[in-house]
Design a protein around this ligand. Structure first.
Ligand SMILES: *Cc1c(COP(=O)(O)O)cnc(C)c1O
Length: 463
């Protein structure tokens, strides 16, 4: 054995304590660190010929990289929809690496069963019935892509084509109708050989990002045979929701696969005051929900649910003599683009075991209250205006005067050490978004963020 590796093995308990101390200090100071540190790349370093052992590698990481990484797990990182890591999720993720399982096969079953238990808990959490079966994947992009892959197979079933065997080209043109699809839907369609141009944009309700159900019915009536509808439950700009019940009701008249992208919007269902926003989610044929966002497990984790796991196995089956048969409960290798994968379920399992439905409902409700409060503070000062009401956990706002991209960039960068928000364009207007999804965010963080944004606006050069 390499001498440094042998030494690390001998010292493992002490070394793990050192890593634990580093981690505890890091997390303890997370709220006080610059949310986005000044950008400086370290001097390039060559591949180590001999290596330096774990203790020195940790010291090298501390000097070269640690202070350059953003505080994205902290309470004032409002960019994208990011989420943090609960204490139990962190423990689950550490143990995932320590146990280092590949939960794919019935020949070595416990990891697979743990994943199944976790998916069943998640199904309960989001109010889905047992008509849905779920699988864990690395993120909502993959979850959307798997849902669309099953939709593609379903279209094949309808048109008498075996897509898994003969390819997407055998299917002929495919249309995917959607109001405000996330960019990952186009990416998924590109990967699946259906093409980004398969998307047919459907008109929205006036002043909204939600699809107009009447316009959707009209678009469906124009289709020549079965198609796919992607409904959106929680858009990234203004967290708008398609009326899922109204969309699903169109199935009585038109033949389509209903995929719902509820990447973070599904969590509205945890809050009784907001659960109506996802009413009808269970009626979907496939559902995408991210876990590394609002469940507050570390990257990378999401879940995909579907009513047609039989079609899912047709797409993803990975038959080989040394792997198990498909059967009633197919091995996980037959269900997603991945074959081998980490025991990704464990972090979600831990946070659900530790905090349960009530703990996660509390996170969701505190984040919603935080977004409301920030929206009110920004609307009150005169420097900003909201571009949409705060429906759930995102504040979409811009400068009241001259909201040029340049001024917004200057504002965002000035605020970034204290609070991080990301740019967008909403209805043709350059804007900023503050998305709440971190369990650590407090009322104080909201006040600090409002102050940082107001200070940055006051310091802008006059237009
Ligand atoms: C974040 C997001 C995605 C993509 O998620 P990743 O986890 O980054 O792959 C898809 N849809 C919606 C609505 C999202 O918010």
């Amino acid at each position: 054995m390499d001498p440094r590796l042998a030494q690390d093995l001998a010292d493992l308990p002490t070394l793990l304590d050192t890593v634990r101390t580093h981690t505890a200090t890091y997390l303890d100071t997370l709220a006080d660190r610059p949310v986005i540190p000044p950008h400086r790349a370290p001097e390039p370093a060559p591949l180590p010929a001999e290596g330096e052992g774990l203790a020195k590698a940790l010291a090298t990481f501390e000097t070269r990289w640690a202070d350059r990484l953003s505080a994205s797990a902290g309470p004032r990182y409002f960019g994208f929809v990011t989420g943090g890591t609960t204490p139990a999720a962190l423990a689950g993720d550490w143990l995932t690496a320590a146990y280092d399982q590949n939960p794919t096969s019935a020949y070595d079953d416990a990891g697979r069963l743990l994943e199944t238990e976790t998916v069943t808990w998640l199904r309960d959490l989001f109010g889905l019935t047992d008509a849905h079966r779920g699988t864990l994947v690395s993120g909502a992009t993959l979850s959307n892509t798997v849902g669309l892959a099953i939709a593609r197979e379903w279209l094949g079933e309808r048109r008498g084509v075996d897509v898994a065997a003969d390819g997407a080209a055998a299917l002929g043109p495919v249309r995917v109708l959607s109001g405000s699809p996330h960019s990952s839907v186009a990416k998924g369609l590109s990967m699946l050989g259906l093409g980004r141009n398969a998307i047919v944009p459907v008109p929205l309700l006036p002043g909204r990002e939600a699809v107009d159900p009447v316009a959707l019915a009209a678009a469906l009536a124009e289709q020549d045979g079965p198609c796919v509808v992607v409904a959106n439950a929680g858009t990234v700009n203004t967290v708008d929701f398609d009326d899922l019940r109204a969309v699903a009701a169109l199935k009585d008249r038109y033949d389509f696969w209903l995929h719902v992208d509820a990447a973070f919007g599904a969590f509205a269902g945890l809050s009784p005051a907001h659960a109506h926003l996802v009413d009808g989610l269970d009626l979907a044929d496939s559902v995408c929900i991210d876990l590394h966002k609002w469940l507050n497990v570390p990257y990378d984790s999401a879940v995909q649910f579907t009513r047609r796991q039989d079609l899912q196995t047709r797409v993803f089956q990975n038959a080989a003599a040394y792997l198990g048969p498909l059967g009633e409960r197919p091995d996980l290798v037959h269900l997603t683009p991945e074959n081998s994968h980490r025991l990704r379920a464990l972090a979600a399992w831990f946070t659900l075991a530790a905090y349960g439905r009530a703990g996660h409902r509390d996170i969701v409700e505190r984040n919603i209250a935080g977004a409301r409060a920030l929206g009110e503070e920004l609307a009150a000062g005169g420097a900003f205006r909201l571009l949409a009401p705060v429906r759930l956990n995102v504040v979409c706002f811009t400068l009241a005067e001259d909201p040029t991209p340049e001024r917004l960039t200057a504002l965002r960068e000035a605020a970034a050490p204290h609070a991080f928000v990301t740019p967008t364009v909403y209805d043709g207007t350059a804007a900023l978004r503050a998305a709440f999804s971190n369990w650590r965010t407090t009322d104080d963080d909201v006040r600090l963020t409002a102050r940082a944004l107001h200070d940055a606006a006051a310091a802008l050069e006059p237009a």
